[in-house]
Design a protein around this ligand. Structure first.
Ligand code: 5AD
Ligand code: SF4
Length: 496
């Protein structure tokens, strides 16, 4: 009997990506994907702890799985439970103490070990906890992108270019759970993108906590060394970017150029850059490489200089706006999104008014807004600054949403009449007759296609004329197919 696995993801894009790799490893090992917990033999919960609520959600789900596991055991069957991701990295052994029915706990640096650890658990019959402190750069399996994959959307690949983070934003738990910043080798990234493109992937998203500092740790020493070391170094640092007899290291901009030049890749996106490290070279690469989308996700976090300093963000609101202005001047028709936290300890009404003013001036197309939640062990969680009462934070959030929604709507309305290239994701959730997709600026578009004349498959690129706009989406008319999908269609294998 073929075993079935199910991966449930609770977190950010980095987690989604890890989940695709965990699924890939199970499938490479002969498992099939289950549709629900009820028909799964193994359930993997891939967790996140960036914001509050993840703990409650995880332990709630584990409670539900315990009943399922018990009833399976009563009928002589087994349900195996694994917990992976940031919460696993943070809670470690205490996770098994709190939920002894968990069979495997897997940290953020050893995703590649998922299937092996399950086998180890089966041999020993006791829970297995494996948590590494940090990613070992030389171990290329440490980058989840090097593992087999089952892609959620077969035309889209997430490619990890860097793990961990060397910043110390006062609110953020990422450095504690993902460790110091380690860049993946330049050559490995480009070959992964080439491989994905040969599978028909057309959209690539480069992932990292602070992508603009990519390559800081990949300095190539051009003097001395054996020829064998030299070729390894060149692979790591990217041979194209070495000029003359000096030390060289690749910039994120170089990576954008190399990835953007891979044949078959029509769209390159990335997330997230840190405003303090956004360099003119990156802006130039975005402007010059046709496949790199005109979309910048630039986390602001706060518009108050006092709060930004307390957060250790390394920029002022004025500097942020200057960088944004430089990006907009350099890149035609740039869409901009951001992350903002409301209610950081000590945030006053005046501080918040500055956030509103900066958000209005920045004219964001989209913003992910969060109410601050203390993460244990972070500097802000131990702050002596007064807490912002929850109801005050929620009320501020509503005012911020109104500002952001206004600029999103105006940005969408300004596109009425324009022709946009849309990557088709499938039928719209609300109206299955209608198709949904995203523009290069990552704006959501719904449009109708006459089913008698056109069959537009998911993963196609089409041209749409925008006819109307709302805050979260635009409506349009289908004009023509630009490119059909190129990804291979997975044919389900019947279970034996
Ligand atoms: N509270 C609220 N939001 C947070 N983020 C990170 N940590 C916290 C926290 N403790 C938000 C930031 C970050 C995004 C991924 O999550 O805005 O950019
Ligand atoms: Fe967290 Fe700041 Fe690093 Fe982003 S840059 S992961 S917010 S510490």
């Amino acid at each position: 009997m073929t075993k079935r696995y199910l991966v449930r993801t609770f977190g950010c894009q980095m987690n989604e990506h890890d989940s695709e790799r965990i699924a890939g490893m199970f499938e490479a090992d002969g498992y099939q994907r289950a549709d629900s917990e009820a028909d799964a033999d193994v359930v993997v919960l891939n967790t996140c702890c960036i914001r509050e609520g993840a703990d409650t959600k995880l332990y709630g789900t584990l409670g539900h799985l315990k009943s399922l596991k018990d009833s399976r055991a009563a009928s002589g069957d087994e349900l195996e439970i694994m917990v992976a991701g940031c919460l696993a990295q943070k809670d470690r052994e205490s996770l098994v103490e709190r939920a002894p029915h968990v069979d495997v706990v897997l940290g953020t640096h050893n995703v590649s070990r998922a299937v092996d650890l399950l086998a180890q658990h089966r041999r020993s019959g006791v829970p297995v906890v494996e948590i590494l402190e940090e990613t070992v750069a030389a171990d290329h399996e440490a980058f989840p992108s090097a593992l087999p994959v089952v892609r959620e959307d077969p035309w889209a690949a997430w490619v990890t270019i860097q793990v961990g983070c060397d910043n110390n934003c006062a609110f953020c738990i990422v450095p504690a759970v993902r460790g110091p910043e380690v860049s993946r080798s330049f050559g490995d990234i480009v070959s992964e993108v080439e491989r994905a493109a040969s599978d028909g992937v057309t959209e690539v998203t480069l992932l990292g906590q602070n992508v603009n500092s990519y390559g800081r740790d990949l300095t190539l020493s051009l003097r001395g060394g054996q020829p064998a070391d030299r070729s390894r170094e060149l692979h790591s640092a990217g041979a194209d970017w070495v000029t003359g007899e000096r030390r060289a290291r690749p910039l994120f901009a170089d990576l954008l150029r190399s990835v953007g030049a891979v044949p078959g890749v029509r769209r390159v996106r990335y997330t997230s850059p840190h405003p303090k490290d956004l360099r003119p070279e990156t802006i130039a690469a975005m402007a010059e490489v046709p496949s790199v989308c005109e979309h910048l996700h630039l986390p602001l976090q706060s518009g108050s200089d006092r709060v930004l300093a307390a957060m250790h963000r390394g920029y002022t609101a004025g500097r942020y706006l200057e960088k944004l202005d430089a990006a907009r001047r350099g890149i035609d028709d740039l869409a901009v999104s951001t992350d903002i936290i409301v209610g950081f300890p000590g945030e006053t009404e005046e501080d918040f008014a500055e956030t509103l003013a900066v958000a209005a001036e920045a004219r964001f197309d989209n913003a992910y807004t969060f109410v601050y939640s203390p993460r244990p062990g972070t500097e802000a969680a131990n702050s002596s600054d007064p807490e912002v009462p929850h109801e005050v934070a929620v009320e501020r959030m509503a005012r911020l949403r109104a500002v952001v929604e206004r600029s999103s709507r105006l940005g969408n309305e300004a596109r009425i009449g324009a022709i946009e290239e849309v990557l088709v994701e499938g039928p719209s959730k609300k109206n299955p007759e209608r198709l949904t997709g995203r523009t290069r600026g990552n704006r959501l578009v719904h449009f109708d296609v006459d089913p008698t004349t056109q069959a537009v498959r998911r993963g196609s690129y089409v041209e749409v004329r925008i006819t109307s706009a709302a805050t979260t989406h635009m409506l349009g008319e289908f004009r023509e197919l630009v490119a059909p999908p190129t990804h291979r269609v997975r044919i389900p294998v019947a279970s034996s």
